[in-house]
Each structure stands twice: as C-alpha cells, then as structure tokens.
Write a protein that binds this ligand. Sequence first.
Ligand code: FES
Length: 194
Amino acid sequence: MTIDPRIAAAVNGENDEAAKAGTRPCLMNRRTFLLTGGVTTAVVMIGIPGLPEAQTPAVVATYPRKLITKLSSLKDDEPFDFEYPDEGQYAESILVKLGREAGGGVGPKSDVVAFNYTCTHQGGPLQGTYQAADKALGPCPLHLTTFDLTRHGIFISGQAYQSLPQVLLEVEGDDIYAVGMFGLIYGRFYNLQG
Ligand code: FES
C-alpha cells in the first residue's frame, strides 16, 4: 500500500511549525514515552453536532496512581508481586530491582522495573519465571517465550511477537507508585476495564 506523501508529512508533523521547531513532537517512540513519564491525562476537545461553537473535553485515558511498595524494602533480584491497573483478570504483575540500569527503570540506579505477568502470545502465566542471571522473565510454560526486562520487555526468544506490557513507575521519597501501562495486557481490549 502506498501512503500519500502529504498524509505522511502531516502525520510526521512536517507541516507543523511547532513540530519543526522541536517544541511539540508529534510522534513519540516507546523509549521517549517511558523516559518522559508517558502518562498524562489525554483531553480531546470534541465538537457537539449542531453547535459548532460548543466544545466539550473528553478524557481518553487515566490510569490510577497506586502505591506499590517501598524502595528501601527491595533487594536485587527479589521480585515483588502486585496487581495493576485493577484487580481483574490478567492484572498480576512483577516489580523487581534488577541491580542494573533498565529502560523505564526508577530509583537511584534506574534499575527498578515492573511488568505484567501474562505472556503476550497466548496468555501463559509467567509467575515464578524471573531469571536473575539474564534479568529476564520466562521461559513461558506454554511456548517458551522469554522477555528481556532491561529493554522494555522485548521478547528474546519463543513464540510471542509483542513486548510484555510495562507498568510505568514513579518514585516519591521512598514510595514507589504505579502510574500507567505501556502496552496492552493480554486478553483485554482496553487496559482499564472500567
Ligand atoms: S503463551 Fe507464552 S509463549 Fe505462547
């Protein structure tokens, strides 16, 4: 399929003076998203049919801010399990201090990361599969996919072709909060089921 170059330019912000000036990037890759925090409440102004002047804000996605654990309680390579963004199916997640800087990591060494526990291939349970030596999760008991926790949960081997959803974290004093998700949790149409 050929993409109209005018559409591509518009999508990439090439016709946008603010984007050209670097003051408002139109696209954000996964790394940038994570490094910048990634989670904001997206508000879109929607026009009301028949009332061209009227605009109303619509909240697209807001994740709960949830206290997970204390930074001081963590030891290298000792996973802490929790549920996020709710307590529904497939919400189980791992938080672990890798002892090595990682993509999206928080804490003084940027080595504390968190991921959903459900394999993105066919929903295999990854609980109990953390490998300290490789800083990886897996192999999945169903088809052996292993995910790299230092690189945003990208798959290293196996059948899955999507990264493990990463739980976005923030540190406030000694408290670690989950504040969002990057990636879609297996088995859900939306991460927030409402
Ligand atoms: S369900 Fe995990 S590799 Fe298939």
